[in-house]
Write a protein that binds this ligand. Structure first.
Ligand code: GLU
Length: 522
């Protein structure tokens, strides 16, 4: 494999051709995270080789077209920080980048294949094909439109030329099918999978073009556009591997140099076998889409963005689903991914999606994120809870607790009591520490706190500890009692940081409020 990778890189250097890759989704619904990973790997590969990354929309299948899907794809890539160099939005030297707008290009290419003997016209109607399928089924077989039948059916291989011309001239519907060689070993190379050989005996004559809607099928449009757009590397999901022999043969039939191919491993369900499906998200309670998807039928599916993931955490998590850097490093910025990503370290076998790991990445990125940015993110959440706080104060509060947060909403939960006095006290903590002795000592400690400047947490802590020790009080008992009064529970961030944050007056008021509410203790 390594040898092959070198060959493909050598080819690049020899050609002196610029790396050009594309992400070519069909707008059939929300973009699954597997699709985002494909886009990401293409993007990383392009950036690493100082090449171009193109977004092409493959919308020739009008039956499966879903309004809003293209916009969703574009917005998802933007949220992820995956920038396109050419595409439906910004245009470029090969515009248009939406296949439905390139309609008239494809027929000529299909006809070219008919002329060179690599394709043929077929006039069979849907009913005729249906009957053939049913007949095969009755005989216990599966119907395949291939070399065994193409001479007997309504094709330009079987009908006289005049009849074919006449049918086309009078506007009969036809398709153009690829004439798959009967018995040939197609020798293919894949950057990730190495050498692959498939015999054409098992392959049928795929439709390339349909006159009824004047549209090419995926195979023709994809190959023609990859050629015209000067794509050097096709990096796409494993589900396209079965199409590779046909694509190889199409390139040969056209006499075009083909790009290199890399088929990425599937994303698997968290538990057990099987492809991570669009339905798994709702079933298991984690998002499988980058953004919330509001389907035209009114249904919605959750997204990473709306679930509180930072885009860089999402990208980092995705990058490692199928690619192994070969080191212990787990946290990668986009630039580090660009620098270290390589297709020869992408695995052949499926990558199991792990929702807990996704959360772990988010927690790491929350820790690393700038506090002002986090404050901006949670400002609407504070507002929803009626907490009024300046961005500056929010950032300071976040700094105290961000280590404990996985999602932005945790930042709000964990900082809420810095802004609002606790209105309830944790029962377990109270049962354990709110005892008569402790409460009496807390009243003494209140005096000490009242006489100190509490603005610097370290100084305040040193002073209070010294006082507790000199009185030979129990540090644990007293500090936990203080914590209950100030924070409502005996666990939490550093109590002196909390006191410094809320200020002396509020700290003393909280001690008084706790005493009033909890009494003198048993
Ligand atoms: N339109 C195909 C898709 O939806 C593109 C496959 C390819 O990259 O060749 O994924």
């Amino acid at each position: 494999m390594a040898f092959f990778v070198q060959i493909s890189l050598l080819r690049l250097m020899a050609d002196n051709s610029k790396v050009r890759v594309r992400f070519a989704p069909s707008p059939t619904g929300a973009l699954h995270i597997g699709g985002v990973r494909t886009a990401l790997y293409n993007y990383l590969f392009a950036r690493q080789h100082h090449g171009d990354f193109i977004l092409r929309i493959e919308d020739t299948d009008s039956q499966r077209f879903v309004p809003g899907a293209e916009k969703y794809i574009i917005e998802s890539l933007k949220w992820c920080g995956i920038q396109t160099d050419e595409g439906v939005e910004q245009g470029g030297p090969h515009a248009p980048y939406r296949q439905s707008e390139r309609k008239e290009i494809y027929l000529t290419y299909a006809q070219q294949l008919v002329q060179s003997g690599n394709a043929y016209y077929a006039f069979d109607t849907a009913d005729q094909l249906d009957a053939l399928r049913k007949q095969a089924e009755a005989d216990g077989k599966t119907f395949a439109y291939d070399y065994t039948v193409r001479q007997q059916l309504q094709t330009s291989l079987a009908l006289p030329k005049e009849e074919v011309d006449a049918r086309i001239a009078r506007g009969d519907n036809y398709v153009i099918r690829f004439k798959m060689p009967e018995n040939e070993d197609v020798q293919m190379d894949d950057i990730i999978r190495g050498h692959i050989v498939i015999n054409t005996k098992t392959l049928d004559d795929k439709v390339l073009y349909k006159s009824a809607d004047q549209l090419p099928t995926y195979h023709l449009a994809n190959i023609v556009d990859d050629h015209l757009m000067e794509i050097t590397h096709v990096i796409r999901g494993e589900e396209w591997l079965p199409s590779l022999p046909l694509h190889y043969l199409l390139y040969r039939a056209f006499g075009w140099q083909r790009p290199e191919f890399a088929h990425l491993p599937l994303l698997l369900k968290p538990q057990g076998q099987g492809k991570l499906s669009k339905r798994d998200g709702d079933k298991f309670g984690f998002p499988v889409f980058p953004l919330q998807w509001n389907a035209p039928d009114g249904s919605t599916a959750m997204g990473y963005r709306e679930s509180g993931y930072l885009p860089e955490a999402f990208i980092n998590m995705l990058a490692l689903l199928g690619w192994n850097p070969g080191t212990e490093q787990e946290l990668f910025s986009m630039q580090e991914l660009i620098d270290t990503f390589s297709l020869d370290k992408v695995s052949k076998s499926g990558a199991r999606f792990n929702p807990d790991k996704a959360k772990w990445f988010n927690a790491q990125y929350i820790r690393m994120a700038d506090n002002n940015r986090l404050a901006d993110i949670i400002a609407p959440l504070y507002a929803e809870r009626g907490i009024s706080v300046t961005p500056q104060r929010a950032a300071e509060a976040i700094a105290l607790i961000k280590e404990r947060a996985t999602f932005p909403v945790d930042l709000v939960d964990l900082t809420q009591k810095l802004f609002i006095r606790p209105d309830a006290y944790d029962e377990k903590s109270v049962a354990k520490f709110w005892k008569a002795d402790n409460v009496t000592r807390l009243a003494e400690l209140r005096q000490i706190l009242a006489s100190e400047d509490l603005a610097d947490p370290a100084t305040a802590e040193a002073r209070v500890h010294e006082w507790i020790k000199s009185n030979e009080y129990s540090m644990g008992q007293l500090m936990n009692t203080l914590r209950i009064a100030i924070w409502g529970v005996s666990q939490g961030p550093s109590i002196f940081h909390i006191i410094a944050f809320i200020g002396k007056d509020e700290a003393l008021a909280r001690i008084d409020a706790a005493a009033a509410s909890l009494g003198q203790g048993a």
